[in-house]
Write a new protein. Structure first.
Length: 192
């Protein structure tokens, strides 16, 4: 699901907040024993990020993950420019925020809260660095926005916990669907 850019994020107990990571959206796939990392436009990332592909070999077969390849600079902050700089010493990570298929079972119609629990209990314990769970934050929205602005990070993503995944759809469009499924992002700094 793609983000709907917004100037104001929703609040309440049914929303999960994550950092908007400054990286490349990627789908991790293990099928018939073969592992692949694909862009959201279905281009292969296998050759570009071999360490991530190798780390995904421990996935259960017939599993599909959704996440973002992020380069972390020397201070551990996301850096969009680092992967394009061949002399960069950035550490590449694959931050996973969703499981779409688990051991052959399509789970996209399950609520996000269920998919995150499946990810946490059945997928991530098998994986090691550079695979990481996308962190979620249990803080007030105001405090979270303040902290992200203070650190100069990209922004915040709000995800509705009872939402199903609808790949390829932009969250909140059409407007009537915004109550059922919604991922929204707010930029907190101007792009460089």
């Amino acid at each position: 699901m793609l983000l709907l850019r917004t100037e104001r994020l929703p609040e309440g107990p049914n929303w999960l907040y994550e950092l908007k990571l400054d990286g490349y959206r990627a789908i991790g796939i293990k099928s018939a024993g073969s592992v692949h990392l694909r862009s959201r436009n279905n281009k292969s990332f296998d050759g570009k990020y071999p360490a991530i592909v190798q780390a995904l070999t421990r996935l259960p077969d017939e599993t599909v993950l959704d996440g973002e390849v992020v380069a972390l600079d020397e201070s551990g902050r996301p850096s969009f420019n680092a992967p394009q700089n061949s002399s960069s010493t950035a550490h590449l990570c694959y931050y996973v925020f969703d499981v779409l298929v688990l051991a052959g079972r399509n789970v996209v119609s399950e609520p996000l809260s269920t998919r995150r629990e499946l990810l946490r209990r059945q997928v991530l314990p098998r994986l090691t660095d550079p695979i990481r769970e996308a962190p979620k934050f249990d803080a007030s929205l105001g405090d979270l926005i303040g902290a992200v602005r203070e650190q100069g990070l990209e922004g915040i993503v709000a995800k509705q916990l009872d939402s199903a995944c609808e790949p390829g759809q932009r969250a909140g469009k059409p407007a009537a669907a915004a109550r059922r499924r919604s991922f929204r992002g707010i930029p907190l700094r101007d792009p460089a």
